[in-house]
Design a protein. Sequence first.
Length: 247
Amino acid sequence: MCLQWRRHRIFDSVCAHLTPPNTSNIQRCFHCLKQIRSIRRTLTTDTAIALVNALIISRIDYCNAVLVGVYGVYLRQFQGVLNAAACLIERKRKFDSISSAIRYVLHWLPIQQRIEFNLCTLVLNCLQGAAPIYLSTMCQPVSENIGRRSLRSVVCGDMVVPATRTARYGPRSFAVACPSTWNSPPASLRHYSLTVTATSFCHQLKTILFSRAYSTPARSWLSFPLLERANTTIPYINININPDETL
């Protein structure tokens, strides 16, 4: 009987390690939403957005790059937190539709696009020398590879994507996920990252990811010629990054 009890204890401990570490983070987010909901009547909309950005959005965006390539069931849990936070801000009921408010009012990216956003910003920090060396060495442009300097990807500003032995966990590594995500946006955005500040790059990146998430044409000036853009100031973008939001 004692041996069987020990086996169950060992099995439970192994299952605990197999559970995604962000499950507790989701529970904390819902706990914070419950606390904010108790005082929502006394808050203005701007104050509620500030509280949600500080207590909820910051938890969701913190180190969410580790979620790249995970099963959709885990991403839906984080998306549920975003939906619940939007319902709290807009004073919607539990089963009311909130997708239009997230898209047109709050301008929030879905969780999948938020992960891509953080991965691209990590690559940008590596290119600008603002990231640690152990991360910068994993982001190698194709132009630095002598055997690939004649390829078309050199002009596009692509990153070298190393080969992997496994199809499930290999693409989830930083050395593969970051270059693959960096190569997915248009080539004009990657050229654009070399001439402007990180804030302007994040604005354009969010515009592209927003258009992909909601299947709308990206209204951007990235299609302009490079020589023409060099003497042009940054115009107004219809999809702006909320200053109180981490994105």
